[in-house]
Write a protein that binds this ligand. Structure first.
Ligand SMILES: NC(=O)c1ccc[n+]([C@@H]2O[C@H](COP(=O)([O-])OP(=O)(O)OC[C@H]3O[C@@H](n4cnc5c(N)ncnc54)[C@H](O)[C@@H]3O)[C@@H](O)[C@H]2O)c1
Length: 456
């Protein structure tokens, strides 16, 4: 009571594109009277019966939705069982004084007398913690919970319990990350660790040959989960192996670069490259859990951190918030939550998820013109963001201040030819009310924006 579940629930449902159901309101609609009246006229036991029946029916019969439960609903064993089977349960903690202040003047039947309110609060806390799959301080935590993403410094130590189920685990990493963080992951998996595998370091992991070696090395059965520890190349390739091995086994990315923590490991896209193009073969395979430990970034070279910052700035521009100015742990949490929300709204990339390409059409053109070697993806994205901001008629200082991208030496005609191949879907631009995708922009404006990114 008084934790702010309804406010947070409405906000969450808008962010992840689901309807919002308030169980108390559903009961009032069904009974045609207020909860206070049900309590007064029929007593608490009758109310609890109604609450259990409505909650279980809604849990079993509603398409994915955000549901706000009454504070006493978890007293029912049937409700707890239905939650375990059908829901991701998020606990929204509140301090008892704040909760009392917020509810004391309401007509809530169990918030009329302070001593009783405090007793109930103490009695219910352990039940909330036991039942909850995640704890949410705010809507960003709730979005992450809905996406199955655990973000917390030190969370790697809990990997064994965070991989859902009790089955065996195949751990996949690259030799470099495995050498630094592999032992901690193995220790955390404990007895569940059945086998370990290596993919080559970096983009070399995303080849058919590397994935074939992994497929052929795997011994686990379908009761197992694959855990992918590493950067975006590792999570992309291992995630693809998980999507295809035995027609698909569950997987858990443990991203270890900033880019993978805020982007690559979130949203269920897995892929490998072909000589013809990057990410040409892949699958949508949403992880059963994603374990994001910002402490892993302590060993990340500065060069790799900059790659990730370009995506953080992109997420911040799309969200309309200066995410890039936050401290590292918070920056990871917020940027990951932003991407998770977009992907929950459009899991199969059929519409709005296209906004995540902000600046990327230009970036791909520059990379293609440079032959993918001389221009890092992060620098190309930073330049692409400059172009997107200019075409949107917005100041470019956020990108200049946070990323300071310098123009690149590439062949203008090659870049222009590559951009025209990629531009079929239109561009992503920023408007006053947020991003638009599939925007058709006059050719000469696009050409000018591209030219400004290239050294004269
Ligand atoms: N699936 C998606 O939605 C998605 C989104 C964005 C990018 N991606 C993909 O992600 C890939 C790029 O990922 P990346 O930038 O993480 O690069 P990466 O996976 O190649 O890792 C970069 C380097 O950092 C090292 N490294 C990783 N973690 C480390 C750590 N904690 N300490 C020290 N070294 C560490 C790795 O060994 C590697 O050499 C690309 O293939 C891209 O296509 C996928």
């Amino acid at each position: 009571m008084g934790a702010g579940k309804s406010t947070l629930g409405v906000d969450l449902s808008a962010r992840i594109g689901r309807t919002f159901v308030d169980v108390d309101e559903a009961i009032e609609t069904q009974e045609g009277v207020s909860i206070a009246e049900v309590f007064r006229e029929r007593g608490e036991a009758a109310f609890r019966g109604l609450e259990e029946e409505r909650t279980c029916a809604l849990l079993r019969g509603t398409p994915p939705a955000v549901m706000s439960l009454g504070g006493g609903a978890l007293g029912s064993a049937a409700t707890r069982a239905a939650l375990a089977e059908r829901a991701i349960t998020v606990f929204v903690p509140v301090d008892v004084d704040a909760a009392w202040e917020r509810t004391r003047e309401s007509d809530r039947p169990l918030a009329q007398e302070e001593a009783e309110f405090r007793r109930l609060y103490d009695e219910r806390q352990p039940l909330y913690r036991e039942t909850a799959d995640a704890v949410a301080r705010d809507v960003h935590d709730a979005v992450l919970a809905a996406a199955g993403v655990a973000v917390e410094r030190g969370v790697l130590a809990r990997l064994g319990e965070l991989v859902p189920g009790e089955g065996p685990v195949a751990l996949v990493s690259d030799p470099h990350v495995g050498g630094i963080h592999g032992a901690d992951a193995q220790l955390a998996l404990g007895r569940r660790l059945a086998e370990t595998h290596e993919l080559p370091q970096g983009e070399a992991a995303k080849t058919t040959a590397a994935v074939e070696r992994l497929w052929r090395g795997l011994r686990v059965k379908r009761d197992a989960a694959l855990v992918a520890l590493g950067g975006g190349a590792t999570t992309d390739a291992a995630g693809f192996a998980a999507a295809t091995y035995l027609r698909g086994i569950p997987w858990v990315p443990v991203p270890s670069t900033l880019l993978a923590q805020v982007d690559a490991a979130i949203g269920g896209k897995t892929a490998i490259d072909l000589p013809e193009a990057k990410n040409l073969v892949g699958a949508f395979h949403w992880p059963v859990r994603t374990v994001v430990d910002p402490a892993l970034l302590a060993t990340l070279p500065e060069r790799e951190r900059r790659e990730g910052m370009a995506e953080v700035v992109k997420a911040g521009l799309l969200a309309g918030e200066q995410l890039w100015e936050l401290r590292e742990d918070e920056l990871v949490r917020r940027a990951a939550a932003f991407k998770a929300a977009v992907c929950l709204r459009d899991p199969h990339d059929e519409g709005e998820r296209a906004i995540l390409n902000l600046g990327h059409t230009f970036a791909h053109a520059l990379e293609a013109a440079a032959g993918y070697e001389e221009v890092t993806h992060g620098r190309a994205v930073a330049l692409g963001l400059l172009a997107a901001l200019r075409l949107s008629g917005r100041p470019v200082d956020p990108v200049e201040d946070a990323l300071d991208p310098k123009p690149v030496w590439v062949d203008r005609e090659r870049a222009w030819a590559a951009l025209q191949r990629d531009k079929k879907r239109g561009l992503v631009l920023l408007g006053d009310e947020g991003p638009h995708w599939d925007v058709q922009v006059p050719e000469q404006d696009v050409r000018r924006a591209l030219d400004e990114l290239i050294c004269h």
